[in-house]
Design a protein around this ligand. Structure first.
Ligand code: F6P
Length: 358
């Protein structure tokens, strides 16, 4: 048996740990594993791949990024917005199938988020034997309770808040931390609660400046002359739109960024308090995976190989909260898992007096 693994979409901590787990579990069964280089394009002739033998796996458990490279643009682009799917041309899918056959690949493990798994689903519908592994720091895939990369991103954002806390306090400033989270505010709410933020702005709850400024004024009254604000990049003013940092590229989602600066400037104008902004950006996507992510990646990789062995294609490995199971890819890509505004995550924050901006 010969299997391949491909990483697609934005990178995140833990991709290499999944590659390692898949290759190790495959080798254990006496199979050959190869890694496709540069995302799905590497499957097209002239194919680009690496043999994933034991030597190739040294140090991968803790290494950030993906040794295979990844792409979230180009011919293989199946998502252009929230719920907006693009059908890949049949000719491209056919060329992919032929490319795989030329390499003797009998199954493909597709590691990625909503976009990559949508591509995997279309490949499955075209008769290509695929299984999926859910990755995204945003933690917004519907069919799994958690995606790998999320815990590492939250750890990074929480560490940033801890650091901003002491400098904000020393200078009596408002500090705004912009974190990732396009449609879902999981990183913002987890890191905000873990890092003691005073205001948390998430895409699911449109915000008003009056509410944010009232929270800052309330803190001043209590003698707290500094405030920590966490804003997910997808947070929006009530009645407003996403803040983007570039025009929407063809066949791709718009590049978000800048909400922190917009919110920070308005807070300074309205309160007169010195306000500084930090955009955490891709720091959240780099570096070693946390302990939790290493375990999750290893479980996911081993389960993906188990699915292949059972001939269960068109499925994605998924965490149920207690164990690692699998679900049809279609279920995984149909909808996003956002932060329910009436959930315990939000009510815990509110119970502590954290302002959600509404
Ligand atoms: O989907 C994960 C994510 O980190 C989003 O939060 C963010 O909008 C996007 O990736 C950024 O991707 P890129 O690095 O391609 O701009």
């Amino acid at each position: 048996m010969k299997i391949a693994i491909v990483t697609g979409g934005g990178d995140c901590p833990g991709l290499n740990a999944v590659i390692r787990a898949v290759a190790k579990a495959a080798t254990k069964r006496g199979w050959e594993a190869i890694g496709i280089v540069g995302g799905f394009e590497g499957l097209l002739p002239p194919q680009n791949f690496r043999v994933l033998d034991y030597k190739a796996l040294d140090g991968l458990l803790v290494r950030g990024g993906t040794i295979l490279g990844t792409a979230n643009r180009g011919q293989f682009s199946a998502k252009t917005g929230h719920g907006e799917t693009r059908q890949l041309p049949a000719a491209l899918l056919e060329e992919t199938r032929r490319g795989m056959a030329q390499l003797g690949i009998e199954a493909l493990v597709c590691v990625g988020g909503d976009g990559t798994l949508t591509i995997a689903q279309q490949m499955h519908e075209h008769g290509i034997p695929v299984v999926g592994v859910p990755k995204t720091i945003d933690n917004d895939l519907a069919a799994t309770t958690v995606t790998f990369g999320f815990d590492s991103a939250v750890a990074c954002a929480t560490d940033a808040l801890d650091r901003l806390h002491t400098t904000a306090e020393s200078h009596n400033r408002v500090l705004v931390l912009e974190v990732m989270g396009r449609y879902a505010g999981w990183i913002a709410i987890y890191a905000g609660v873990a890092g003691g933020a005073d205001v948390i702005l998430i895409p699911e709850i449109p915000f008003r400046y009056e509410s944010i400024c009232a929270a800052i004024a309330e803190r001043e009254k209590l003698g707290k002359r500094f405030t920590l604000v966490v804003a997910a990049e997808g947070a929006r003013l009530a009645g407003g739109d996403f803040v983007t940092s570039s025009a929407q590229p063809e066949n791709r989602e718009a590049r978000l960024g800048g909400i922190g600066a917009v919110v920070g400037a308005e807070i300074e104008k309205r309160t007169g308090k010195e306000t500084r902004v930090v955009v955490l950006g891709h720091l959240q996507r780099g570096g070693s995976p946390t302990t939790m992510d290493r375990v999750l990646c290893t479980q996911f990789g081993a389960k993906a190989v188990e699915l292949i062995a059972a001939g269960s294609f068109g499925r994605m490995v998924a965490h149920t909260g207690t164990s690692v199971e699998s679900v049809p890819l279609k279920e995984a890509t149909g909808q996003l898992r956002t932060v329910p505004p009436d959930s315990a995550f939000v009510s815990t924050a509110r119970a502590l007096g954290i302002c959600l901006g509404d």
